[in-house]
Design a protein around this ligand. Structure first.
Ligand code: ADP
Ligand code: MG
Length: 411
C-alpha cells in the first residue's frame, strides 16, 4: 500500500540544497521533522556520501577498494511508531509524505515512479525486520541531504546507512558498523534491486576522519590509511559532470558477467586471485579480446590500489597522482566505462596542474576526482568549467572533498 500526501515542500530534486550547505548538526532537520509530524524526533542521524580514491569495478571481483567519506552527509530525523505505519519525507524531492504499511513491505512491490526514492529507506526497514532485529515495525522519518544524488557519490548508500543507524539506534540497538553496512546494502540489492557491491555502504558506515578506507572486499578486512591533504597543501577536487548514470545498468551487468566468466575460464574463484605476475599468461588463455581487456583492467587496478596504499602509508601523497591517471586510462580503454565529459574533466584537470585525475564510481557519467595543490582549486575548477562550456557540455559542479568521518548520531 502506498499513499502520498502533498504536505511536503516542493523542491527541485535530491540535494538541491547543494554541497555547500553549512552544517546544522541536525537541528534544521529536527525542526523540519517537528513541523511535519507535530513532535520532536527521537534523534537525528547522519551518514556521508563517498568518493573512491581508486579501485574501480574491483569490488565484484573480490578485490580491493580505497574509498573515503565526503564531508557532505544525509541526515535522517526519526521517531519510532507502534502502529505498523512507516511515514517517509525527504526535503530533497517533490513528493509529500509517503505512507507505507510495514506489514506489506515486499521487495516485489517496492515504491515505484515518483516515489521510487522511498524504496531506499523502506528497504532498510524491510532488511532490518527480515533479519529479525528487534526494531519498531513503524517509524516517522524526515530526510535532508547535502550529497548530490546520481553523481556517483553514493547518495543512495548515505540514505540507507543513515536510515539503518536511525532505526536501530532509536530502538536501543548498537550494531557494529560493518553490520550496519551489510544491512544497508541488502536494502539496495534485495529491495531497491540495484546489484551494488559492498564498497559504498561500508565507506559511509565505517570511514574515519582524515583517512581513506582500504577494504578487502573478500574478507571485509579494513585498514584506515592516513590521507591528510591539508597538511600536505593538497586538495581532492570532485568534478560532478552532471551526466547521470541511470542508463548504465545493462552495461554494469555485462561487465560483471564478463569478469565472472573470465575467472571461471581461468579456474579462479574471482579475478582477485590473479596476481599481476600471472596476467600475461592468463590473457594468453582467453580468446575473447573484450574479456582480455576487462581482465587487464581488474588485475592492474587491484595492483594500483596496493601501490597507492603503500604510498599513503609512506606519507608520499603527491606520488599517488600518476596512478590515479593510469587508473582512468585503464577504465577508459580497457573497461570502457568512461564518457566524453569524464575524459574531458580528467584531461583538463591534469593539464591545469593536477598531480593526477580519474573518473570515480561506476562510470558512464557521475564524477571525476583530481589530486591538486590546495591553492590551485579555483584555477583547476575554472579550467574544467571553461572546457565544458567550449564543448557544449552542461556546466559541471565542483566540490573539495576532504576525507571525513563515517556515519553517526547528531542529536
Ligand atoms: P548515487 O548513489 O550515485 O547518488 P543512485 O542512483 O545510486 O546514485 O541513488 C540516487 C537515488 O537515491 C535518488 O534518485 C533517490 O531515489 C535516492 N536518494 C538519494 N538521496 C536522497 C534524498 N536526499 N532524498 C530522497 N531520495 C534520495
Ligand atoms: Mg548509489
Amino acid at each position: 500500500m502506498t499513499r502520498t500526501t502533498g504536505t511536503g515542500p516542493a523542491r527541485t530534486g535530491p540535494a538541491s540544497s547543494g554541497p555547500t550547505t553549512p552544517r546544522t548538526a541536525g537541528s534544521r532537520t529536527a525542526g523540519e521533522f517537528q513541523r511535519l509530524y507535530g513532535a520532536a524526533p527521537e534523534g537525528v542521524w547522519a551518514a556521508p556520501g563517498r568518493v573512491n580514491l581508486i579501485g574501480e569495478h574491483t569490488d565484484y571481483n573480490d578485490g580491493f577498494v580505497l574509498p573515503f567519506a565526503l564531508p557532505q552527509r544525509t541526515e535522517v530525523a526519526a521517531s519510532r511508531r507502534t502502529d505498523g505505519i512507516l511515514r517517509i519525507h525527504s526535503a530533497d524531492t517533490r513528493s509529500g509524505v509517503v505512507t507505507l504499511d510495514v506489514s506489506s513491505l515486499d521487495p516485489a512491490h517496492s515504491p515505484k515512479g515518483a516515489d521510487g526514492w522511498a524504496g531506499y529507506p523502506a528497504g532498510v526497514l524491510w532488511a532490518l525486520l527480515d533479519a529479525d532485529l528487534p526494531v519498531s515495525a513503524g517509524a516517522d522519518l524526515h530526510i535532508r541531504s547535502e550529497v548530490p544524488a546520481g553523481a556517483g557519490l553514493s547518495s543512495s548508500a548515505a540514505l540507507e546507512v543513515a536510515t539503518a543507524l536511525a532505526l536501530t539506534e532509536a530502538a536501543g540497538l548498537r550494531l557494529s558498523r560493518p553490520e550496519v553496512a551489510r544491512l544497508a546494502r541488502r536494502a539496495e540489492n534485495a529491495y531497491v534491486g540495484v546489484p551494488c557491491g559492498v564498497m559504498d555502504q561500508t565507506a559511509s558506515a565505517c570511514a574515519t576522519d582524515g583517512h581513506v578506507l582500504h577494504l578487502d572486499t573478500r574478507t571485509l578486512a579494513e585498514r584506515h590509511l592516513p590521507f591528510d591533504c591539508a597538511a600536505e597543501g593538497l586538495a581532492l577536487l570532485v568534478i560532478d559532470t552532471r551526466v547521470t548514470h541511470d542508463l548504465a545498468d545493462g552495461a554494469y551487468a555485462r561487465r560483471r558477467a564478463s569478469c565472472h566468466a573470465a575467472a571461471a575460464a581461468l579456474g579462479l574463484d574471482a579475478l582477485r586471485d590473479l596476481p599481476p605476475a600471472g596476467l600475461e599468461e592468463a590473457l594468453g588463455r582467453l580468446a575473447d579480446p573484450e574479456q582480455r581487456a576487462r581482465v587487464r583492467h581488474i588485475v592492474t587496478e587491484n595492483d594500483r590500489v596496493a601501490r597507492v596504499a603503500a604510498l599513503l602509508t609512506a606519507g608520499r601523497l603527491r606520488e599517488t597522482g600518476p596512478l590515479l591517471t593510469e587508473g582512468h586510462v585503464s577504465l577508459r580503454d580497457d573497461y570502457e566505462v568512461s564518457c566524453p565529459e569524464l575524459d574531458l574533466a580528467v584531461a583538463t584537470a591534469t593539464a591545469a596542474g593536477a598531480y593526477g585525475a580519474r573518473m570515480t564510481g561506476g562510470g558512464f557519467g557521475g564524477s571525476a576526482l583530481a589530486l591538486i595543490d590546495a591553492e590551485a582549486e579555483a584555477a583547476v575548477a575554472r579550467a574544467v568549467t571553461e572546457a565544458f562550456a567550449r564543448s557544449g557540455f552542461t556546466s559541471p559542479r565542483t566540490l573539495v572533498a576532504a576525507p571525513s568521518a563515517g556515519a553517526g548520531r547528531l542529536a
